[in-house]
Design a protein around this ligand. Sequence first.
Ligand SMILES: *Cc1c(COP(=O)(O)O)cnc(C)c1O
Length: 371
Amino acid sequence: MVDLHAQYLKIKSEIDAAVQQVIDSSAFINGPGVDRFAENLAGYLGVKHVIPCANGTDALMMALMVLDLKPDDEVIVPTFGYVAAAEVISFLHLIPVMVDADCGSFNISLDELEQYITSKTKAIIPVHLFGQCCRMEPIMQLSQKYNLYVIEDNAQSLGATYTFSDGKKKKAGAIGDIGCTSFFPAKNLGCFGDGGAVFTDHDELAEKIRMTANHGQSEKYCHKIIGCNSRLDTLQAAILDVKLKYLDAYSEARYAAAQRYTEGLKKIDELELPAEEPFSTHVYNQYTVKVKNGKRDALKACLHEKGIPSAVYYPLPLHKQQAFKGIIRTVSSLDYATQLCGEVLSLPMHTELEPGVQQFIIDEIRCFFEG
Ligand SMILES: *Cc1c(COP(=O)(O)O)cnc(C)c1O
């Protein structure tokens, strides 16, 4: 699905030098490279504060921890997607309110979103799935109307750009009150292990997140709030600082690979190809198609037989997961998310995908449908 080794080989000398420098310095925890990377990422995103942390799930958890929410306060999340946001909401004894997916984009549906908002609703977590932004402009309008915090889960869409109706542009993750991302190796900006970050323009929230990540202390052994221990290693920061310079080129390579898939697959009636929204660039963390007429699993098996990997992101909507039984609230049947889980298939997608390899994949898919 990804080729991390080929990507590494292209920048090996830079990465190796950066890693060696950290080893020589022995500043493995909170070394100067961590702040440097945070500043560079803040510059890239156009946000005031970037707080690096241990992983994307911690980023989401800390974002929620600093909002002074009370048990049973409600937080709106999509039911189609990765578990992290709903998981940390529940972990903090808040109620995940689950919303259906949008037909075209896989992202949270806005059709009925207002109906989910009650006096207990305090925040909404739009998850920018597969590389493309949610409809942030109406989400921000709703959040202003009902005084809700907006925490963007930007683990899959770092580098995407949102265009507002007045033409103003912002980076994904820099639109809401707080943005969160993950540097898991397979993400668009991946490190060589685990990593994550929180971004915000709010000085006070940034200060609280910084303290939260460091056992709630402002100065050593002075614990003002309940926190946790969530740090980005200096080694990972050094690797990320090298790779950040290539993020836009990586996004372009993913986009080009996506266009090759689309060109090769567009004539197959039983496939619905990814829809590109007019308001967001697409950085294709995943190239995810919908396979119609119940043929998804057969196509997946056929590809597997030919040595072609593919993956189902995601096989079960969160509201049907055992862990959330009795915890969630919803106001709709969430049918569309359930339907998606039966249709989606993600094809190999990464920065080093060769046209020849893609042609082989395309040919095998066409062979499956057309014989
Ligand atoms: C990967 C991912 C996360 C979690 O990131 P980790 O670094 O693995 O904790 C959260 N949300 C989404 C949408 C993700 O894809």
